[in-house]
Structures are given as C-alpha cells and as structure tokens.
Design a protein around this ligand. Sequence first.
Ligand code: HXC
Length: 257
Amino acid sequence: ADYETITVEQRGRVTLITLNRPKALNALNSQILIDLLDAMAAFDADKGQGCAVITGSEKAFAAGADIKEMQAQGFAEMYGSDFFAGWEQFTRTRKPVIAAVAGYALGGGCELAMMCDFILAADTAKFGQPEVKLAVTPGMGGSQRLTRAVGKAKAMEMCLTGRMMDAEEAERAGLVSRIIPAADLIEEAVKTATTIAEMAPLAVMANKEMVNAAFETMLHQGVQFERRLFHGLFGTEDQGEGMAAFVDKRPGNWKGR
Ligand code: HXC
C-alpha cells in the first residue's frame, strides 16, 4: 500500500517502516497513526514477515506528537475523542518490532520508540520527554514506560526538566539495547530483525509475550505464565524440529505450527 506519512519496504522477512514527514521532523500527527496502524496490521497478518523495524531520518526518529495539531484543542475534544488512545493498538502487534533511533526521539517520539520491543540507538540518538516545557505531560505512555525502563530517578528528572539523554546515557540506563554508529544503523537493525525473523515464529511470539508480561504481573504469576507458554510450545511441530535439528547439528526448518 502507498502511505502519505510513512514508507514501507520488505527486506526478505523484515518489514522496514520509515516515518516520513521530514518537514515536521516526523512529528506524530493523526495521519501517521492511521498509516502506522494499517502497516502494522498488514505486517502482523503476513506469514512471510517475521520482524519489523521502525525508523525515522538521520536527524529525527520523531520530534514528538504534532504540536500544531494539538495546539487548538480543549479538554472536551481531547477527553471526548480519548486522544492518543489509538496508540494502544500499536502495542498489540504480536510479532516483534524494533525501533531504530537516530537523532531526536522526543515526547511522543520517545514514547513510540518505547512502545517497540526494543530500541537500537545510533550514536546520534537523543531521548527526552520535554512536554513539561509545553505545560503538559507525556500522553502516550512515556511517564510509565520510561520509569519502568530507567527507574524513577532518571525518569522523574527527565519529565520534570525536559532534558535529553544521549545514546551513551540511554544505554547505561537500560533504555536502549545497543548503540550503533549512525551510518550502520539501518543495516544493523535489519540484520538483527532478520535473525529474529528466521526463528520459529510461534516461539518468537511467545518470547515477546512473556517478556512483556514481566511489566504487567507479579513475579509468581509471571513465572507461571512463562511456564505455561513454554509447555504450550511442546504442542508445536517446530519444537520437535528445533530439538531434532540441534541433535543432528543442522539448521531447523520451521513450519510456523
Ligand atoms: C510539530 C514540529 C515538532 C512537533 C518540530 N516541528 N517538532 N512540528 N510538532 N513536535 C517542526 C518545527 O515547527 C519546524 O517547522 C520543523 O519541524 C523543524 O524544526 P526546528 O525546530 O526548526 O528544528 P531544530 O531547530 O533543529 O530543532 C529540533 C528540535 C525542536 C529540538 C527537535 O524542533 C523541538 O524542540 N521540537 C519540539 C519537541 C517537543 O517538544 N516534543 C514534544 C511534543 S509533545 P517549521 O514549519 O517551523 O519549519 C508530545 C507529547 C504529547 O510529544 C503528549 C502531550 C499532549
């Protein structure tokens, strides 16, 4: 499909989605949400695709929600339309999604990166929740996901002052999984996504689901949830194939069932 605000490209089993509103530093407006949700649904439904990468430009992953679109809104419109609620749908994607962040990931941009399953950061990446400077707060989950990712001290300081974290600090704090030289970001992200996309698809989905459960449950329930999903995979053909392939010293040939 052709989109107004993003481009979508398939590289083997990897779907590469590039945010494409260069004049607004990829500010997230309603059209980007519509386009992204449509692209994510198509990706999730496509049996040939195993992992997605979302990226922006060299200068900005996304510089926030679109301030010009929100500027004239009042409480009745925001609350009445449950503004930003649509982004929850994004987090229901069942296959893995990697954020490849170069340049600014601010406000909604940082929040979108955190909605992905993990973040690969270019050495140029800058993360921040500067909403307080606009006399508002994060609205796409930032206060919750940033706190879970980096702990209260850093999250609180960032939300209260609006200061940015560079890639080094973000890696030390656990916000990003790795730093990559900017010139290699896309190539390395697609390579990582390809590694994931070549694993047995049901096992990949189950791994994603159980790591995410760590944020929603107490330890005992989370561990039990893990064990049940683990047991469940012994009902798949791919489990038999995976273990046979190990014993035979050959790569597995996955059926996705
Ligand atoms: C709309 C934006 C935008 C945004 C940048 N632009 N960010 N438009 N929404 N979030 C537009 C600018 O208006 C400008 O358009 C063009 O993109 C280039 O931006 P510049 O500011 O000229 O670039 P630069 O000087 O390099 O500065 C980059 C920047 C700065 C530091 C990232 O743009 C910036 O501070 N942006 C806002 C960051 C922010 O506050 N984000 C949080 C938004 S609120 P023109 O037409 O002038 O060329 C949010 C949370 C939502 O995300 C929840 C609360 C409701």
